[in-house]
Design a protein around this ligand. Structure first.
Ligand code: WQD
Length: 351
């Protein structure tokens, strides 16, 4: 049974804590009084994030942050971290996450995402730490048979290696609990995280050409990209473009803090959808972002992107009923904060 702890008595290891969702979650945890240890190899994150986190939370809370630049697959580095810190909970974000890239680099995706998870849980077990929150994804639902998606909606075969790693890691963690009931596993299935911290000091900063819609729209809005490519307007949706459940990254962060509280003193495996329960189309995103930035964001219609589903959005009533969590921000908030980040950081963390 994982011991019930207060935030100030709880040390949380956040893998991938310098990343987009990880960094916003670290801010939330430090603000909530937790001790936080970050491990990140910076393969898809900037070293500048540590200082931005400390600036946002202030010196008192920043004193509870320890930051390690290391690879989760590096067993020696992980052992040292667990030897130096009494880790009570782990939030596991670290992993490659580009759908398209995963199709061309399956070996890298399977060895990194699944390999680092197996190393992590083995080191956790060896240090008698069996409480983990995993960063999963709505992608495990595949092409939905019905909407909204609930936690008992069928898991479907993935359409790319990235999706398979999320799918498989959920199974691995469930099997851990089946073999040893002391494991305390929470699987958080994110829908589409977008937006940025209201301070404008942290936000989404993808390397190279953005795969995801929002950063591509934001970079077009500042003139870094010429035009948004809308991947298909012939889907069976209200305006023909793809519909997704976009959730503010800060709402996602508070969802992790709520999960940490909820899992206190429990064991088992629990799944939660983290979304808003509302679907928004590509055209609606482009319109909302044009409102936020004060000028029209140009776009062209391209053919559909292989592997895309027409529509998905969440039923998040379970997270509300069990954890008392609910998304607070709407699409205009998400676009406002994303534009604030992008306009103040035209080249992301690199200035
Ligand atoms: C959203 C909509 C596209 C780009 C994936 C993963 C998910 C999570 C988020 C990592 C779709 C359309 C997109 C563009 C477009 N993983 N689009 N032009 O594919 O729903 O989810 O990323 O963080 O696990 O599955 O997100 O932002 O790529 O696409 O028209 O340049 O925007 O067709 O309808 P997706 P997305």
């Amino acid at each position: 049974m994982s011991q019930a702890l207060t935030p100030s008595d709880t040390c949380v290891l956040v893998t991938g804590g310098a990343g987009f969702i990880g960094s916003h979650t670290v801010v939330e945890l430090l603000t909530g009084g937790y001790q936080v240890v970050v491990v990140d190899n910076l393969s898809n994150a900037s070293a500048k994030v540590e200082d931005r986190i400390k600036t946002i939370v202030g010196s008192e809370a920043a004193a509870n942050l320890t930051f390690y630049i290391a690879d989760v697959n590096d067993r020696n580095a992980l052992n040292k971290i667990f030897d130096q810190h009494h880790i009570d909970r782990v939030i596991h974000f670290a992993g490659y996450k580009a759908v398209g890239e995963s199709v061309s680099k399956p070996i890298e995706y399977y060895s990194n995402n699944i390999g680092n998870t197996l190393t992590l849980v083995d080191v956790m077990r060896n240090h008698d730490c069996k409480s983990i929150i995993f960063s999963s994804s709505a992608t495990v639902y595949g092409d939905p048979e019905s909407l909204p998606l609930t936690e008992v909606s069928a898991k479907k075969p993935a359409t790319n290696p990235y999706g398979w790693t999320k799918w498989m890691i959920e199974e691995i963690l469930s099997d851990l609990h089946a073999a040893d009931p002391e494991w305390n596993v929470v699987l958080l299935r994110y829908f589409n995280p977008i937006g940025a911290h209201a301070s404008g000091l942290m936000g989404e900063d993808p390397k190279g050409i953005p795969n995801n819609l929002l950063p591509y729209v934001a970079q077009t809005a500042i003139g870094k990209r010429e035009v948004v490519h809308v991947f298909g307007n012939d889907y069976p949706t209200p305006d023909g473009t793809g519909v997704r459940d976009y959730i503010h990254v800060v709402d996602l962060a508070t969802g992790h803090a709520a999960a940490l509280q909820w899992m206190n003193g429990r064991t088992g495996v629990e799944i939660f959808n983290l979304g808003t329960g509302r679907g928004t189309s590509v055209f609606e995103i482009i319109h909302a972002f044009s409102e936020a930035c004060g000028h029209e964001v140009p776009y062209v219609i391209d053919p559909r992107r292989p592997g895309d589903v027409a529509e998905n959005y969440a039923d998040c009533s379970k997270a509300h009923e069990l954890m008392g969590w609910q998304a607070q921000f709407d699409i205009s908030d998400m676009c406002r904060d994303a534009w604030n980040w992008q306009s103040h950081n035209p080249n992301g963390y690199e200035g």
